[in-house]
Design a protein around this ligand. Structure first.
Ligand SMILES: Cc1cc2nc3c(=O)[nH]c(=O)nc-3n(C[C@H](O)[C@H](O)[C@H](O)COP(=O)(O)OP(=O)(O)OC[C@H]3O[C@@H](n4cnc5c(N)ncnc54)[C@H](O)[C@@H]3O)c2cc1C
Length: 448
């Protein structure tokens, strides 16, 4: 890892140390960007409270405010023209052995949390492709990993502590607030500032992953679920050329019934004999161990290691969720645009996500296939391609990832969320003056 990459990897920490020198209300000296550098935040103040009491003070003091996580979103969902609040100093970890839950400070990152709970014999059910993201930021946008039976990361939440617009702290739990809870978890940063999150734990487990090369899309026609069910978590990567997945990443949860042996060939795809990066030609040092080497769950579920730059670095991302049972058709529909897509693409990843009941989740009541694009940083070209992909996917009712780039018109987006009216009702009761509303929410949830 060269110096530039190291600085990029530790960008949140570097930015954090700058931010924390400024007390509440003081100006930031330099423009601040998201992780990828494609968004420059327009807020001129970032608060970095050290306690929930401080968060309450900040919320009372500001007319307009957005919470900021680890800055990994690719659009303006976390932006504010006025004030942002970073919870990076709220990183406590409290394990409740009786309830089998952990309550964390909202600024903690999965990569910080995972080793601590593992040392106490616990694990989470899933992780995203990278461990660098904050828990509160991830659940706010329904961030997900893969696995036919795995819900997104927000489905592990059993309770939230939120500072609402009036500066009061409320608790919303799955058991005590059955009616509101499914609306509050994937909150898009709009309900208030989440200060603590309670997550369900399960006993810790070991995993192993292997990569297969060159799987023809023809096999997906009749074996879609078999292929995505080859492991606990499965990802297919493609450049959209030659009607095939360039790589199939299979992550198995090891146990008495699951042996760590790997067939040399599955559906015509060959077991890789060397460690691979999903983007062909990129060095694989940043990737978690492959080739069936066993290791803890948190070092196999993500594709990328905590202390390295995940993915490519300078890049853009887009992702659409479609019904899993129409996944093959949707892939064929996008494939028609292959010669438009490939020149601007680093790689596409295909993953599955189990249906859930969280109102604003992209997998709300729909077992899903997520079709993801890691683009080169070529926004003028990518911006032209997105409407074409969205048109191809229109028959499948695509739901774009809340944290990534899309051009779906607001009315079409809103039509994808059956509980949107109730979600807006929840926002009205938590934040009647629109303190936490920003332009992203106005444009996507409120404009027609
Ligand atoms: C390299 C890379 C790989 C990625 N891989 C995946 C992946 O595998 N799966 C996937 O689904 N996504 C993935 N993403 C997207 C990422 O998971 C989302 O952008 C996620 O929301 C980032 O969390 P964050 O902590 O950076 O939050 P931010 O981007 O900082 O904020 C996201 C949202 O969370 C809100 N928020 C943050 N903290 C709080 C809080 N305390 N209270 C209330 N609201 C809050 C913000 O207001 C904003 O609306 C990836 C992104 C990158 C850069």
């Amino acid at each position: 890892m060269d110096k530039r990459e190291f600085l990029k990897t530790s960008g949140a920490i570097v930015a954090g140390s700058v931010i924390s020198r400024f007390s509440a209300g003081q100006q930031q000296p330099a423009p601040r960007q998201n992780w990828s550098g494609n968004i420059t935040y327009s807020a001129d103040r970032v608060y970095t409270p050290a306690s929930v009491d401080d968060v309450q003070d900040v919320v009372k003091r500001c007319d307009k405010l957005r919470a900021l996580g680890s800055r990994h979103s690719f659009n303006t969902i976390a932006d504010s023209k006025m004030n942002q609040v970073s919870l990076q100093h709220l990183d406590s970890i409290d394990i409740n052995d009786k309830a089998k839950t952990v309550t964390v400070g909202a600024g903690i990152k999965y990569g910080q949390l995972a080793p601590v709970i593992t040392a106490r014999g616990y694990a989470l059910h899933n992780l995203a492709s990278l461990p660098h993201i904050s828990v509160a930021g991830a659940i706010a946008t329904a961030t997900h990993g893969s696995g036919i039976h795995n819900g997104n990361l927000a489905t592990a939440v059993s309770g939230l502590e939120i500072v609402t617009a009036d500066g009061k702290t409320i608790h919303v739990t799955r058991d005590a607030n059955e009616a509101q809870f499914p609306g509050a978890v994937v909150g898009l940063g709009a309900l208030g500032v989440v200060t603590r999150v309670t997550l369900n734990l399960q006993p810790t487990y070991e995993m192993a992953q292997s990569v297969y090369r060159n799987l023809s899309f023809d096999h997906l026609k009749d074996h879609f679920d078999d292929i995505f069910g080859l492991g606990y978590s499965v990802s297919l990567f493609t450049d959209w050329q030659n009607h095939r997945a360039t790589q199939v990443w299979v992550k198995r949860r090891l146990g008495p019934d699951v042996k760590n042996d790997w067939a040399p060939e599955i559906f015509g795809a060959k077991l890789a004999t060397e460690k691979l990066h999903p983007i062909e030609g990129h060095a694989a040092d940043a990737c978690t161990e492959q080739q069936g080497i066993p290791g803890p769950w948190y070092e196999r579920l993500p594709h990328f290691k905590m202390n390295f730059t995940p993915s490519s670095g300078r890049e853009l991302q887009t992702e659409y969720f479609v019904p899993r049972n129409r996944g093959y058709e949707a892939i064929l529909a996008v494939e028609k645009l292959r010669d438009r897509i490939t020149p601007h693409l680093f790689v596409t990843e295909l993953r599955t996500i189990a249906a859930d009941n969280l109102w604003m989740s992209m997998a709300y009541q729909r077992d899903s296939l997520a079709i993801h694009f890691t683009w080169k940083p070529e926004w003028p070209e990518v911006r032209q391609i997105l409407p074409l992909i969205e048109e191809q996917l229109a028959p499948f009712g695509p739901r774009p990832h809340w944290a990534k780039l899309f051009t779906v018109p607001p009315a079409r987006l809103q039509a994808q969320y059956a509980r949107l009216a109730e979600f807006k009702g929840l926002l009205q009761s938590y934040d009647p003056g629109g303190k936490f509303r920003n332009e992203f929410l106005n444009a996507n949830l409120y404009a027609s």
